[in-house]
Unconditional design. Structure first.
Length: 312
């Protein structure tokens, strides 16, 4: 069952096509990461799904409802974590979360929410006194306080330290365990690789790749091998065991191969036969970031600035 269905979605700003014949589904209970450079159409797509922006063409269903006409009933079932909430800085943390909670019928207890996002000790502080990372936790609290069936996360861990990011990942996993569906946009590709059941990659408003992170990574067939040449030896002495045209920077040698087992066996066999150690020998599998950069290498244009502000 799909929580989100998008069919041939199109949105233009004057002569600029921001979203171009876009189709994808987000299944109930999964984390779906929508990836793309600035300008790829992510923000426009998500705002249409949230019901904050009209579309020019195509069909969209969010929890079985067209978000253009969802109104109060749909908003009661979704949570949104914006890049910045713009909440009044003089409010106390617990007060602000309680204010947001009052908008929902199935709200969580405020103290429970603050505990979940790691702000229990800051409950009595004014929002304006918080660090950037703590303010992002407030934004996350706003998004989950209404027990959403569907949660939109827009760069949710920006400003978090590594420990806070990991705790947030655990929280998102727990929410999905309760049945929440998550649509995630993030520039942290390790975050998408860790959290997402599936990812969709946008380029110039079109979906150019989709699948589980592991599937997309497997499609990137080359593995990187690197090592330092032993002192007193020239790279040419390894010519029989290296592929053509390796990358050489000083003593550092790096090459890519589709057969890493055979390549490493030949290289280490050569070294063992001579009683040598290959310092800093590293075998690196492709990551989702490698795949993403390869897919969108030429998509670097900024997304057009939409007219009108999103009403929160």
């Amino acid at each position: 069952m799909a929580a989100i269905e998008v069919r041939r979605l199109r949105k233009t700003y004057g002569s600029i096509v921001a979203v171009d014949d876009l189709s994808f589904d987000v299944l109930a209970g999964e984390v779906y990461a929508l990836l793309g450079h600035n300008g790829a159409g992510k923000s426009t797509t998500v705002e249409i799904l949230e019901g904050y922006r009209d579309r020019d063409g195509g069909d969209v269903s969010v929890l079985g409802t067209d978000p253009r006409h969802g109104g109060r009933e749909l908003r009661d079932r979704i949570g949104i974590v914006l890049q910045s909430s713009g909440i009044e800085q003089e409010l106390y943390v617990a007060e602000a979360v309680a204010l947001y909670a009052s908008c929902y019928r199935r709200r969580r207890d405020v103290d429970d929410v603050l505990e979940l996002v790691g702000l229990a000790e800051q409950a009595g502080q004014r929002i304006g006194t918080l660090s950037g990372g703590q303010r992002r936790r407030v934004d996350l609290a706003f998004g989950i306080v209404g027990r959403p069936e569907l949660l939109f996360l827009d760069e949710p861990t920006t400003g978090f330290d590594p420990a806070a990011r990991r705790r947030s990942w655990e929280l998102i996993g727990d929410l999905c365990g309760e049945g929440t569906t998550v649509l995630l946009t993030t520039h942290y590709l390790d975050e998408a690789e860790h959290l997402a059941d599936r990812v969709g990659v946008l380029k110039a408003g079109r979906l150019i790749a989709e699948g589980a992170p592991s599937e997309l990574i497997r499609a990137e067939t080359e593995t990187r091998v690197s090592f330092d040449v032993p002192d007193g030896m020239a790279v040419t002495e390894l010519s029989d065991v290296l592929p053509p045209a390796p990358s050489i920077a000083g003593a550092r040698v790096e090459f890519s191969t589709k057969t890493p087992t055979a390549a490493v066996a030949a290289l280490t066999g050569w070294a063992v036969a001579r009683g040598l150690e290959l310092a800093a020998l590293t075998v690196t599998r492709p990551t989702l970031e490698d795949v993403f950069l390869g897919l969108v290498a030429e998509d670097t244009s900024p997304e057009p600035e939409p007219t009108g502000m999103r009403d929160e």
